[in-house]
Design a protein around this ligand. Structure first.
Ligand code: ADP
Length: 503
């Protein structure tokens, strides 16, 4: 397998060779070592000099090879060959393809970029290992020769059992061609077995069949094949399908890497925030402690006391912000554990309501809560601490953003699958264009900034917690009338939650 960077360009026009040389050097993603030759004789001398070649790019006709003889010569060297031609008749095309060339391009201004791209591809191809699973020597030999000419690494085997062994042992195989009829089982049985240890994104399978049975393509694809081809397989089509499958695989892997990088960056950010918030809390506690101590001093003037009360107010706001940032960063870095248990949710609603009764009173908002019940009808497997945290946030918002003499009502609705907690207020409501971003961190309605104290984190924390509990949080609102927040929790927890939770 060639890992060489050496490229042989063969054409009788020095002008054409020059432009081609420049185009390849400029576009190749590696340090190309380009050698040029102007005739069959010169080119053969180069090929005979024992070096390893990445690819040969040659005109079909040369002064001493008018009928494509040089292309024929290259067969003996087992090298990828790209052919350039002014015009290729259909029979010449057939002949060129039968000589196992990589591809052919008309000699025009577009060909320079195409050739450069293809050379880059050939360099990348040797990263790919293709397994051919077929007991027909004719197809295996044809495919093997074809793929080797494209610089792919190629392995072959003639039974399903052998294919499974090879794929199990060699994780570097990137694509498989599987014949429908194999001696020990058919392709539609083999592919699902392979899928148990290699999924379609890590190992595309192109199924191939000599029999055009009814629905065969659909059956193979349903069994887990990525693509399907009928024999006799067209040389060009096979290569293009392989290229496409590998391109998709590559794009998928790139997207996965980008996602992993983004996830890592996000985790680093969350860890940084967590550390900073933690460090901020210590001096802040000192400020709060000393200002409380000072406010007990009977000798202080009233304006000094006012200043102290400002300090206390601002510090407790800051502490609240730091705690919420810490909470959010813990959630985002996956540090929050869900502690599952059987919870009487009406009791939790009552507890949250009791904690906010004072706030409701000072805002002149009437709090209406469902009564606790005896029996099991309100029992749910969830995390009571996190449930209470969400409810406190929703009720506190419903009070904060309400109007004097307004109402805040919490209802519990039960369906076969869910418990739905509805927190309904008669406040100012939220404009439709702000609903979409409401659950993103630090989002606040314009009208609330500076008017109502807050930091725009509570809802994003609540939504993430709801999702961690296997549920969701959503909102409906009408400006001037009020808002309803819906916390929906499932009665049946998914396996994932049951495993991660501490029941
Ligand atoms: P905070 O209340 O600290 O600003 P939240 O994340 O809890 O943060 O809420 C984000 C924003 O959503 C609030 O600033 C407010 O503009 C809007 N909001 C939340 N709940 C309500 C509600 N019940 N009625 C009207 N607006 C609300």
């Amino acid at each position: 397998m060639s890992h060489s960077n050496k490229i042989l360009l063969v054409d009788n026009s020095p002008f054409f060779l020059n432009i081609l040389n420049e185009a390849i050097s400029a576009k190749s993603g590696f340090e190309a070592d380009i050698v040029t030759a102007s005739s069959r004789q010169e080119a053969l001398a180069c090929l005979n000099d024992q070096s390893e070649w990445l690819v040969v790019v040659s005109g079909y006709e040369l002064p001493d090879a008018r009928g494509g003889e040089f292309i024929q010569d290259t067969l003996a060297y087992n090298l990828p060959v790209i052919v350039l031609t002014s015009a290729l008749t259909e029979s010449e095309r057939e002949k060129a393809l039968s000589l196992n060339i990589v591809d052919y391009f008309p000699k025009d201004t577009n060909c320079f970029a195409d050739v450069a791209t293809l050379i880059n591809q050939l360099r990348d191809n040797h990263e790919h290992k293709i397994l051919i699973v077929d007991d027909s020597p004719a197809f295996s030999t044809f495919a093997k020769r074809l793929l080797l000419s494209q610089n792919y690494q190629v392995l072959g085997c003639d039974s399903a059992e052998k294919a499974m062994d090879i794929i199990r042992q060699d994780s570097s195989i990137t694509l498989t061609l599987i014949d429908y009829i194999l001696p020990d089982m058919d392709g539609s049985q083999l592919i699902p077995r392979l899928r148990k240890f290699r999924d379609a994104n890590s190992l595309p399978v192109i199924a191939i069949s000599a029999f055009n049975e009814k629905n065969i393509a659909a059956r193979m694809i349903k069994a887990g094949a990525s693509d399907f081809l009928l024999k006799p397989v067209d040389h060009e089509e096979l290569l293009l399908r392989i290229r496409n499958s590998l391109k998709l695989q590559d794009q998928f892997q790139q997207a996965e890497r980008a996602r992993d990088d983004a996830l890592k960056a996000n985790q680093a950010k969350s860890q940084f925030l967590a550390r900073i918030s933690h460090e901020l809390r210590t001096p802040l506690n000192a400020i709060m402690g000393f200002s409380q101590l000072l406010s007990g001093d009977e000798n202080l003037e009233s304006d000094q006391l006012e200043c102290l009360s400002e300090i206390e107010h601002a510090s407790s706001h800051l502490l609240h912000l730091i705690n919420e940032v810490l909470d959010l960063s813990h959630i985002e870095s996956g540090k929050v554990q869900i502690a599952l248990g059987v919870v009487k949710v009406l009791d939790v609603i009552q507890e949250a309501g009791r904690m906010l009764a004072g706030q409701a009173e000072s805002h002149q908002v009437r709090l209406i809560l469902p009564e606790s019940e005896d029996g099991d009808s309100d029992k749910l497997m969830t995390d009571s601490y996190r449930l209470k945290q969400i409810l406190i946030n929703l009720i506190s918002n419903g009070v904060k953003y309400n109007v004097p003499d307004g109402r805040l009502e919490v209802q519990l609705r039960k369906t076969e699958e869910f418990f739905i907690f509805v927190v309904k207020d008669t406040g100012q409501g939220i404009a439709a264009d702000q609903l979409d971003t409401l659950f993103e961190p630090f989002t606040r309605a314009h009208s609330d900034r500076g008017r109502v104290e807050g930091n725009g984190l509570g809802l994003s924390i609540s939504k993430r917690l709801a999702e961690m509990l296997g549920g969701s949080l959503s909102v409906e609102s009408t400006l001037g009338e009020g808002s309803q927040f819906f916390l929906t929790l499932p009665r049946e927890l998914s396996d994932h939650l049951q495993i991660s939770g501490q029941v």
